[in-house]
Design a protein around this ligand. Sequence first.
Ligand code: GLN
Length: 200
Amino acid sequence: MSGLPSPGATGEQTTVGVLALQGDFEAHGAVLARLGAIVREVRVPADLEGLDGLVIPGGESTTITLGIEREQLGEPLKAFHASGKPIFGTCAGLIMLDSEHLGIIDLRAERNAFGRQVRSFEAPVELGLPGGPVAAVFIRAPWIADHGPDVEILAEVDGHGVAAREGQVLVVAFHPELSGDDRLHALFLQSVRDARLAAA
Ligand code: GLN
């Protein structure tokens, strides 16, 4: 035994799913793989089997909603959450998790809240991560319009929540997979590893 521990060789490697019905799931997969996770694209309920965590990417929430209905993924996704597995929703993924869609996090997202294409922008968002604010890419982004008492708002832009956490669910209104700044994915992956160890 020498050198750095190899997660793959010790069987300790974390497997993270990325919902791949529509949207920029490939970019999320690339970041997670870069951070050392095994990545699995999720298209049908059986793909959730054995995952340690799940990312729901940005894209178009109406299309993703239709895909979830078509593949009958709604109940399996809720069960995945109920089993204590961490979920990270970004942009349309935040919308999918809200109280008007899957109801996995106790908040209501307002779609296209910053305006449509014209309000796509990049802004520094302070999340208290080591290294300072993240450069956040907002694309027809939602914001958090209302939330329940157990939801912690982690960051705001223009006075509106754009990042939040409730238990094992982390959501951001922007696209962390597009900025080249992997810190949010690293934070999520750490929560996935912690949850896996806690459940072992
Ligand atoms: N505006 C999109 C929607 O409502 C979300 C945008 C995104 O994910 N970049 O589905």
